[in-house]
Design a protein around this ligand. Structure first.
Ligand SMILES: C[S@@+](CC[C@H](N)C(=O)[O-])C[C@H]1O[C@@H](n2cnc3c(N)ncnc32)[C@H](O)[C@@H]1O
Length: 173
């Protein structure tokens, strides 16, 4: 089948190439992005980055390539099976996994679904077992003290803009 001079097989190959490239840019494997302290050493470890086992210095997601592939598979299943609904990520950090979801929507020509980007945009709260009983298990946890986990909404918006993927169907919560 041909659409505007481009065969569908070409379309799917171009889409796949775009998404592969987007993934390597967002994960940092494209440019050998080093880790950042205190969680990680200041070297690029491809194995850790594949598994999402370090904090990237510059890359926009810390979940790693394998989980990004899984995310893509889930999003594409929703799109190809025409399952209704919007997309959301709760806890976005620099926005990389969300940017990937938006890229997937774009690559499949979806003009209907919204992408919800939900975060405090100021890092983790300290554990508070007085209000949330389950927080008792996190007593002494220090993640709320790490500046690296505090990413403002403006910074996340700018990251979307860098990839040309910010529009009015990206909704910040
Ligand atoms: C580990 S990072 C998320 C990593 C991200 N999914 C990625 O792709 O790299 C955790 C994020 O969750 C947010 N967060 C954690 N607890 C939260 C809470 N109680 N309310 C709102 N945001 C929270 C933090 O601000 C941070 O951006």
């Amino acid at each position: 089948m041909e659409t505007q001079g481009i065969f569908m097989s070409d379309m799917s190959r171009i889409r796949s190439r775009y998404l592969n490239l987007l993934e390597t840019a967002l994960v940092g494997t494209l440019y050998g992005d080093p880790g950042s302290q205190p969680w990680s050493s200041r070297e690029f470890h491809p194995d850790k980055r594949a598994l999402g086992r370090d904090w990237p210095a510059l890359a926009q997601t810390m979940i790693g390539s394998i989980r990004m592939r899984s995310l893509r598979h889930m999003c594409e299943t929703v799109l190809l099976d025409d399952i209704p609904g919007d997309f959301i990520e709760t806890g976005v950090w620099r926005g990389g996994a969300c940017i990937y979801m938006k890229g997937i929507l774009e690559a499949h020509g979806d003009t209907r679904r919204c992408l919800f980007v939900a975060d405090s945009f100021q890092g983790l709260p300290p554990p508070n077992a007085a209000i949330y009983a389950a927080d008792a298990a996190d007593a002494g946890d220090r993640h709320h003290t790490f500046e690296q986990l505090k990413v403002s909404r403006k910074e996340v918006e700018n990251n979307f803009k860098k990839y040309g993927l910010l529009d009015d169907r990206v909704v910040f919560l």
